[in-house]
Design a protein around this ligand. Structure first.
Ligand code: SF4
Ligand code: SF4
Length: 165
């Protein structure tokens, strides 16, 4: 059985840790620029023991930004025309980004499986981003994501509060 934090606890837990995470960033910004390998190692360790099917919180609450290529890939998987995918599932939000019309995502099942997993948008593939290069550039975004994603919460927590790095 994988060990993971219940996403429902994150609003309280992340709010408690956020001041320490921000202090760490201010103190270690330069050091963080050379720490991608350590952050990626934490990401790997924590994702290995996390079962996203017991969570699904990103698919329930965050709207991925959807590109034209994503639309084409989804259309192929759904055997629909791209224009029909757009009119049935997508909208332009207040920032001008293409997103799903409704959240939770229309492709999220009750069992937390994604109905278009192999053809899901690039943003879904890349979430929660804690394994990307130049992590320091998305540190502040990760602080926000820690309110949603147990993986991000644990990466920040181990990096900053329990850090021996
Ligand atoms: S497309 Fe799939 S992975 Fe992306 S938000 Fe929807 S259910 Fe989640
Ligand atoms: S990526 Fe994070 S928020 Fe999304 S299902 Fe996995 S643990 Fe939950």
């Amino acid at each position: 059985m994988s060990k993971q934090i219940d996403y429902k606890l994150l609003p309280v837990l992340a709010a408690k840790s956020e001041p320490e995470w921000k202090r760490y960033f201010l103190k270690n910004k330069k050091k963080l620029e050379g720490m991608d390998l350590q952050v990626q190692a934490l990401h790997t360790k924590i994702t290995e023991r996390t079962d996203c099917l017991r969570c699904g919180n990103c698919c329930r609450s965050l709207g991925p930004r959807i590109t034209d290529k994503d639309v084409d890939r989804m259309a192929k998987a759904l055997r629909m025309k791209a224009t029909d995918v757009i009119s049935k599932y997508l909208k332009i939000d207040e920032d001008g980004d293409t997103v799903f019309q409704t959240m939770p995502c229309p492709f999220l099942g009750d069992d937390n499986y994604c109905a278009i997993y192999e053809s899901r948008p690039k943003a879904c593939r890349e979430y929660p981003h804690t394994d990307r290069k130049r992590f320091y550039q998305i540190y502040n975004l990760s602080v926000k994501n820690a309110y949603t994603c147990p993986i991000v919460y644990e990466v920040l927590q181990q990096l900053t509060v329990n850090s021996n790095l």
